[in-house]
Design a protein around this ligand. Structure first.
Ligand code: ZN
Ligand code: ZN
Ligand code: FE
Length: 763
């Protein structure tokens, strides 16, 4: 090696997801393969490699480098420069330069890799061993208790490595070199199946029994990577029904894990982009269009399936034996509570609703749910950001150090700033639920510890009653309050690295407005410093306030009352047939007398009203069910839309009247829904056109939960791009309230930057 005259040296600087994913050992092995000398080390934001050797070997090395990456690694930039040759004979992994502050070392959990799936059938000490992992795969975030990432700081610490595992762990040529959760049948964690107080611990026996139970239509509580799940045969309707009843989850579709991609394609339409998301190492639940029905109780009238592929070794072992090719795998929680992670709690809470409990003896430290994505406009859009995504950081163009953004309320995530990066928490849930609020508090403390952050500035929603806002106040630190819909748009701007003014279209179900009303159809002109509300939908009273969210018929009645007043015989309306007539009269009286009728311009409520009017969803079982069902029934390739009345406020009263006419003329619900969606898209188009005319702005940021609607978003983007607008949407950050905290963080950072400047100027 090295001393011949044609020896040259090259330096590679690589950026991307290159830390905590087995990149350095990978580089080492590749350099070894081509007999190159040199070194590799981590820098805060990059990996630096120096290699020396024959030109042809270096060329092979550099061609292979991006091609044979560890599964979770990803290169965003690679620069190669020629260097002077040094007197180095070997290749070494150097200590990281900036170890103390290197937060990007913490990787999300990674689905079991193909090589491990081969090892599980060939390695004697790991034969059918369901905790097999390597530097390229396995648990990460869920087991990390502290920094730096090391076996001692994970929940693997209680398992001491056997001689065989240790040998692999210290051998740089081994794929398990420094794989912190390395384990085998002798020394690692074990599963245990508990059924009628009888415990089974041999893995073959466990797999066999679980398969039998599943075949018999039983429900099994099973400990996953980030929490417990409830499982049953997705082709067995009575099992699915039983699971639905016990979880008190009336209308929400279940996620389904399929044996393989081929099976998914039997039940759902899968395009290239969707395939990519399904097989990615993150293994999210991907919402796909349904092709064939599973058990009806699984999908519940939706035209979509939340599908995902196995990601833990145990899933693969199970599908080898299972007769069914699809299983329901839904979070092990009751209603709105957080997913259970503790064995004892699972035993207490899940045993009564399941026939057997499959646990293991390694603790889950950081709770994660399965992440949920949908492909919109050929790009992955994360709706629920958790396993496989968290704690990945976002680069900011502004210093947000020591800022804590406390998020929203219903779909809460919080966000912490460290230097120029933002760390968005996993999906926390609805803070109004007591257990969820506890989880929120606990997670904030854990993130602070894990990432070494001591907040000095807080960012919070401007809603006076949100629990996240009350919490913010309790901290006795300076607070920057950020209007909800503005935070949505800034979240989108930050994700797309925009820092010049945009036209923001912020549509969602609810958010506290500056005038004290409920907003949710906001057209803003904004940058990171300030915003101006330039248009919105017409206000309508929401009879019963929050109650209207659960009972869309109330909003429908409110629209009708605004049009017809007392002239209508409400009890005759089909969608009110199942509603108690006294309640209906009380609601009408409350509108007349303006009692408990806050004003709202929310787009979500408009979708609710239309869904109720069409009798698709007069009463809602879960958050956003009505808009989801309305999208679900729509017929594609309808281009027609309803006329709207438009000046500064957009009135949909004429649209409601047209819809009533269409209903009278027996136009199918699917067509009416499509026309309504097109109308909303058209309203957005017209409004931003007139804003462009007066402001000269051409870039649009779309955010807010309403844009989880695939049809609407694709329709809006197409209409706007046809008019040469530059349109930005969200992808790695949820456009629902789960993304709010990132926007709050950036607004607070900007405010701090400017006030500091002022101080400097004054001083
Ligand atoms: Zn592996
Ligand atoms: Zn071992
Ligand atoms: Fe929102």
């Amino acid at each position: 090696m090295g001393s011949k005259t044609n020896t040259i040296a090259k330096r590679f600087i690589i950026k991307g997801r290159v830390q905590g994913v087995g990149f350095r050992p990978y580089v080492f092995r590749l350099a070894y393969e081509y007999r190159l000398s040199g070194f590799v080390y981590n820098q805060t934001d990059a990996i630096v490699i120096k290699v020396q050797g024959d030109l042809s070997d270096i060329n092979k090395f550099s061609a292979d480098l991006p091609e044979r990456l560890p599964p979770a690694a990803n290169i965003t930039s690679l620069s190669i420069t020629t260097e002077p040759v040094e007197n180095i004979k070997t290749f070494t992994i150097k200590e990281s330069l900036d170890l103390n502050d290197d937060i990007s070392e913490i990787s999300p959990d990674i689905a079991v890799c193909n090589e491990c799936l081969e090892d599980i059938k060939s390695q004697h000490h790991r034969f059918n061993y369901p905790f097999i992992n390597c530097t390229n795969c396995g648990p990460r975030f869920t087991i990390i208790q502290d920094y730096p990432y090391d076996r001692r700081t994970t929940t693997m610490e209680t398992f001491s490595m056997c001689g065989t595992c240790e040998k692999e762990y210290i051998d740089i040529h081994d794929r398990r070199f420094h794989a912190q959760p390395v384990a085998c049948s002798t020394c690692g964690p074990q599963y245990e199946l508990i059924q009628n107080s009888v415990s089974v611990s041999r893995i073959q026996e466990i797999i066999l029994r679980v398969s039998q139970l599943t075949e018999e239509g039983k429900i099994i509580a099973i400990k996953g990577l980030g929490g417990f799940f409830l499982m049953c045969d997705a082709l067995n309707n009575s099992a699915s029904k039983k699971l639905r009843d016990s979880k008190i989850r009336e209308g929400k579709p279940f996620a389904v894990m399929f044996k393989d991609l081929n099976t998914i394609e039997q039940y759902a339409f899968v395009n290239e982009q969707e395939k990519k998301s399904l097989i990615s190492w993150r293994r999210p639940i991907v919402i796909l269009e349904k092709k064939k029905e599973l058990a009806p109780e699984v999908g519940k009238n939706f035209n979509t399936i939340g599908a995902f592929l196995p990601y833990m070794p145990i899933h693969y072992l199970l599908f080898e034996k299972l007769k069914t090719t699809a299983i329901v795998l839904t979070s092990g929680n009751i209603s709105d509570e957080p997913i259970i992670i503790d064995n004892h709690k699972a035993q207490a809470a899940l045993s009564p609703i399941s026939d057997a409990l499959l646990i293991y003896n390694r603790d889950i430290y950081n709770r994660t749910d399965d992440s949920v994505v949908k492909i919109i406009n050929n790009k992955e859009q994360v709706f629920r950001r958790s396993r496989g995504y968290v704690p990945e950081v976002f680069e900011l163009q502004i210093n947000a150090d020591s800022i804590l953004a406390t998020g929203a309320e219903l779909v809460n995530c919080f966000c912490l700033g460290k230097g120029n990066t933002a760390i968005l928490s996993q999906h926390i849930g609805d803070l109004k639920n007591y257990e969820t609020y506890e989880f929120y508090l606990e997670s904030i403390e854990r993130f602070k510890k894990l990432f070494r952050i001591k907040p000095t500035l807080i960012a919070a929603d401007s809603h006076p009653d949100y629990l996240s806002v009350r919490y913010a106040r309790e901290l006795s630190l300076p607070i920057v309050f950020v209007q909800h819909h503005y935070a949505h748009i800034v979240s989108c701007m930050v994700e797309n690295q925009l820092n010049t003014p945009v036209i923001g279209v912020s549509f969602d179900g609810t958010g506290y407005g500056d005038d004290g009303n409920i907003w949710g159809s906001e057209f803003l002109i904004c940058d990171l410093k300030e915003y101006k509300r330039v248009a919105h939908f017409e206000y309508i009273p929401l009879p019963g306030g929050d109650k209207a969210t659960e009972e869309p018929w109330r909003t429908a009645v409110s629209y009708l009352y605004k049009i017809f007043g007392k002239e209508l015989t409400y009890s005759d309306l089909p969608f009110l047939k199942k509603i108690d007539s006294n309640t209906v009269s009380l609601v009408i009286q409350s509108i007349e007398k303006n009692i408990n009728c806050p004003l709202s311009c929310s787009a979500g409520r408009l979708f609710d009203a239309v869904a109720a009017l069409l009798n698709i969803c007069p009463v809602s079982d879960f958050h956003a069910q009505a808009p989801m069902l309305l999208e679900s029934v729509l017929q594609k390739n309808v281009t027609d839309f309803y006329r709207i009345h438009q000046d500064d406020t957009l009135s949909f009263l004429p649209v409601i009247q047209h819809i009533l006419d269409d209903m009278k003329n027996l136009v199918p619900v699917s067509v009416i829904s499509a026309k309504f969606h097109n109308t909303v898209a058209e309203a957005i188009k017209k409004t931003v056109l007139s804003i462009r005319e007066t402001s000269g702005l051409n870039q649009i940021a779309l955010s807010g939960g309403t844009f989880q609607n695939k049809y609407l978003t694709e329709c809006v983007v197409q209409k706007l791009e046809n008019l040469n607008f530059k349109v930005y949407t969200q992808h790695l950050v949820p456009c629902n309230d789960g993304g709010i905290a990132l926007g709050q963080l950036a607004v607070a950072a900007e405010k701090r930057k400017n006030s500091r400047l002022n101080e400097l100027q004054e001083g």
